[in-house]
Design a binder for this molecule. Structure first.
Ligand code: FAD
Length: 347
């Protein structure tokens, strides 16, 4: 009976929008917040009115301080920035971060904890949820109420509306493509939110980790980031080799677009796997998605079907990609791309 009473009480407290308080787990790089964290803020602010949104940033050194200043002034919804300044958070390993979230939740008693469905969020949030003994809701694409969410299932072929009935906190990862943010530069807000340091004195030993940082390698590219690009040009297995794939890159350059690839193209070694779009790759929803020599397998569609306009070029008029395409051209990409390059103006 006591448990039922407590449950009813927690539900009542939780449902009242006056008691919403959200912790956003943020990623930063080079002194700025990453774009996906802006999407997490946007999702947090749509949970309800009177939501007290705090942002948790961790790391160390001047880059963390700059990111904190950026976070504090980037969005009117941010009420507070919490800063965990320690070397143990430099590489965003899941174990110390999850322990940090647990520690911060003990003090803050947030009703919600939100992170973007990026590698960072997918790595940390479920582990933190396990420590807090709640079930996370992942890959949220829509928020109807503070406890009612939409998420895709069956590789994006159906949308499922989920009501969270667990205890506080309600933990979510949200798809950045579903919470697009035009631009959020620092100083879009005149009053900076207060920055508070997290007391790490009870954090305990570092020996929580089952993982160890070894190295990071990233592609340096002038092209827009695949996850946030307005235009994405994708190539499939039909490109045949890495050399031919340069045709896709050339077209992307001409259009100021990001390059994407199917898993078949990645597995064949044409491009690195961070360009993979799909169920096991990146989820994108650009304004324009152009697919060349892509069959349109269900696992690929799961990553791009929410694009605003889809253009497909394929030799086979029965290719499934044409079922989701707004504009389709039955043709050979080795004829079509050079023709496009010829007709498009130089950048
Ligand atoms: P194909 O299916 O071989 O299609 C090539 C297409 O090119 C064909 O339609 C052909 O008609 C056309 N073509 C050939 N030559 C030309 C030409 N000269 N000009 C024009 N068109 C031409 N795939 C993903 O993409 N992303 C994922 O995240 C992903 N995750 C997966 C997860 C699981 C668990 C599994 C089982 C599979 C996953 N796949 C994923 C793989 C997926 O099932 C397909 O195998 C893959 O998407 C096919 O890639 P493709 O379209 O490049 O190749």
């Amino acid at each position: 009976a006591t448990r039922a009473m407590l449950r009813a009480f927690s539900r009542r407290t939780f449902c009242s929008s006056r008691h919403l308080s959200t912790l956003v787990l943020a990623e930063h790089e080079g002194g700025s917040l990453k774009p996906q964290s802006f999407s997490a803020i946007k999702a947090a602010s749509s949970l309800g009115e009177n939501n007290h949104v705090s942002m948790l940033l961790a790391g160390s050194g001047s880059s963390l301080q700059q990111a904190a200043a950026h976070a504090a002034s980037c969005h009117p919804s941010i009420s507070q920035v919490l800063l965990a300044d320690s070397d143990r958070f430099i590489h965003s390993l899941a174990e110390p971060w999850a322990k940090l979230v647990h520690l911060v939740q003990q003090k803050g008693r947030y009703s919600h904890i939100v992170a973007a469905s990026s590698s960072f969020g997918k790595n940390i949030l479920p582990r933190a949820a396990a420590l807090l003994d709640v079930s996370p809701i992942t890959d949220v694409t829509g928020i109807s109420e503070s406890r009612l969410f939409v998420r895709p299932i069956y590789a994006g072929n159906a949308l499922c509306t989920v009501r969270y009935t667990g205890s506080v906190p309600c933990m979510l990862t949200v798809r950045p493509a579903s919470f697009p943010v035009e631009s959020m530069s620092a100083d879009s807000k005149s009053n900076a939110a207060p920055v508070e340091h997290v007391d790490l004195s009870s954090f305990g030993e570092d020996g929580v980790g089952k993982s160890r940082y070894i190295s990071q390698s990233s592609q340096v590219s002038e092209r827009p980031d695949l996850g946030n690009a307005r235009v994405v040009i994708t190539g499939g297995r039909a490109l045949k080799n890495a050399d031919n794939f340069k045709l896709i890159e050339k077209l992307a350059e001409r259009l100021g677009a990001a390059v994407g690839a199917t898993r078949a193209a990645v597995d064949a070694g044409f491009v690195p796997n961070d360009l993979q779009v799909g169920q096991t790759g990146k989820i994108v929803a650009p304004e324009l998605y152009m697919a060349f020599g892509v069959s349109g397998a269900i696992q690929h569609l799961a990553g791009m079907r929410d694009s605003k306009v889809i253009v497909a070029v394929n030799k086979d008029s029965d290719a499934p990609i044409f079922q989701v395409a707004d504009y389709g051209l039955v043709g050979d990409l080795f004829d079509v791309i050079p023709e496009l390059l010829e007709k498009l103006p130089e950048k």
